[in-house]
Design a protein around this ligand. Structure first.
Ligand SMILES: *[C@@H]1O[C@H](CO)[C@@H](O)[C@H](O)[C@H]1NC(C)=O
Ligand SMILES: *[C@@H]1O[C@H](CO)[C@@H](O)[C@H](O)[C@H]1NC(C)=O
Ligand SMILES: *[C@@H]1O[C@H](CO)[C@@H](O)[C@H](O)[C@H]1NC(C)=O
Length: 391
């Protein structure tokens, strides 16, 4: 036995070197299409006459179908966050299987999109608004190497980013950073263009399970609010927030005028003239400083409800060391106070996953997380939907 291993070991080495670079994932079919946008006329610029362009928010949609067959009732629509594209959910920067392939392996059809004006979704000079890029310093401090920058108390707990140090010069960081793209710089333009395109998408493809991350959390609330019957479940990974403030680290900044979003939501009773001014945001909730240490804005009575969003089962997932740990609880609280009863909040450390940061779906233990937390939750909501016969 010993000698066999000895003899075989050079071959094993060769095989393992080959498998390390072999594509990873689940066999599937792929098609793509574009949706959204409209034809717009551009003024003549002599010597050219007027020009017609398709613009204003069409998005690239990639539709993946497991080769082994679809076994799940509803597909999964995955929407990436700021500075990212659909590649977020394909293989990880260090070459492991991503969440899209994991869901394909479970028998889900998967839809991936590039947000409007980003990645394979065109940005047009003179039509779309200005763009910003996220610099390496911000990516290191907020996502990949929070433990070296310590901008918030829990940042030092981060251990799960793959590679040496989550910083420039490390091959895995460089690979990840190279995948990032510029994004529209204003929240309202991003929200409006995403809402238009995503509503068209679910109107075309029908009911879905929705998964959002970070910035796209905002777009998930809007989409579910306008098409509650088409969003069978909503997983919000560290959703953009917090309520009435765009930034947990500078909570006095004012944005998210509709509480959870930068564009209108359907409240009950309705907002007079649709104006968010009627939402009372004076109340401030101070959480336990040891746990959250953050001041939240909430609605003060009389609290308006979110009747459409209340029809959608929601899961919010937050990692142990991201800055979201200090404010995602405020979003969950806001939802519950607005009558959204079916909302579950998982802090990854309570589920046994220590040391994760904001990009946990691509960190070292990413597959364990989807296997233990996100996959089973979606599965449970599918069962309910099936039993309720709402096909
Ligand atoms: C991270 O690792 C790379 C590659 O070894 C190195 O060039 C870089 O200086 C390191 N950065 C930090 C902040 O440690
Ligand atoms: C934020 O607003 C609160 C309430 O108005 C105020 O007490 C606090 O000083 C402000 N914090 C900052 C950093 O401006
Ligand atoms: C969403 O809420 C508004 C206001 O309550 C209501 O008029 C509308 O019918 C709802 N839409 C759906 C699809 O449930």
């Amino acid at each position: 036995m010993r000698s066999w291993i000895f003899i075989l070991s050079p071959f094993l080495l060769l095989i393992s070197q080959t498998t390390a670079t072999k594509p990873t994932g689940t066999p599937h079919y792929r098609e793509y299409f574009y949706i959204g946008g409209r034809y717009v006329q551009q003024p003549a610029t002599p010597p050219n006459g007027p020009q017609q362009l398709l613009a204003d928010g069409q998005i690239y949609v990639e539709h993946l179908t497991p080769a082994a067959g679809v076994t799940k009732l509803y597909p999964l629509l995955m929407i990436h966050g700021a500075g990212m594209t659909a590649t977020n959910f394909l293989n990880t920067p260090d070459g492991r299987m991503g969440w899209a392939d994991w869901f394909l392996g479970q028998g889900y059809e998967v839809y991936l999109v590039d947000q409007p004006s980003r990645g394979r979704s065109p940005w047009l000079q003179g039509v779309d608004g200005p763009q910003i890029s996220v610099a390496t310093e911000g990516v290191e401090a907020m996502f990949t190497a929070t433990e070296l920058h310590n901008l918030w108390p829990q940042a030092s707990l981060h251990t799960q980013w793959p590679g040496r140090n989550g910083s420039v010069g490390d091959a895995i960081f460089d690979e990840f950073y190279a995948s990032m793209v510029p994004l529209l710089s204003t929240n309202v333009e991003s929200a409006t263009k995403n809402q238009n395109a995503l509503v068209s998408l679910v109107d075309k493809i029908g009911p879905v399970n929705l998964l959002t991350h970070s910035q796209s959390g905002l777009f998930g609330w809007s989409l579910a609010d306008s098409r509650p019957h088409l969003i069978k479940s909503l997983v919000a990974l560290e959703p953009g927030g917090p309520p009435f403030s765009g930034d947990a680290l500078t909570p006095n900044s004012t944005s998210r005028l509709w509480g959870l979003t930068d564009i209108p939501l359907n409240y009950s009773p309705p907002l007079p003239d649709g104006s968010p001014e009627a939402l009372n945001r004076d109340k401030i909730v101070v959480n336990d400083p040891k746990k959250d240490g953050y001041t939240c804005y909430a609605q003060s009575p009389p609290i308006r409800n979110l009747p459409n969003l209340s029809q959608v089962p929601i899961l919010v997932v937050t990692s142990e060391s991201s800055w979201h740990v200090i404010s995602d609880g405020c979003i969950v609280r806001y939802l519950k106070e607005a009558g959204v009863k079916d909302v579950e909040y998982v802090k990854l450390q309570d589920a046994g996953f220590r040391g994760n940061g904001h990009m946990f779906f691509m960190e070292k233990n990413s597959i364990e997380i989807v296997e233990a937390v996100v996959g089973p939750w979606i599965e449970r909501t599918q069962k309910h939907a099936h039993e309720a016969g709402s096909g």
